[in-house]
Design a protein. Sequence first.
Length: 130
Amino acid sequence: GLRRALPAGVVCVQNAYSLVSRDDEDMLQLCAAESIAWVPFFPLGGAFPGLPKATDEPAVHAVAESLGATPSQVGLAWLLHHAPNVLLIPGTANAAHLEANIAVSEITLDAATLATLDAIESRSNHVPIG
């Protein structure tokens, strides 16, 4: 695992991880403790049919409405608030999408909002085979 690779000088780990898919929480926390960057792919959840998406969660929509943000922005903001070593590389389709993604860095989630989002059930982020 990662602990055995630490002497090699690991600087970044990229795994599927989102508000709704936190299977690798222990590895994320190890990376944070070791000052290793965590770059989540599928940062809003599954990109394949049948996998959970943060933007499908009613609580995410409620938080987005209260903040004047989009559900996608809330999902990305949660990642930035969740651990200090998270680096986001969200997909960007056009200039407006880029501006919305950049605006995520301005979103502040208070303790009550974080608790609401943290309470969302984590489901597997593994792609079903077969």
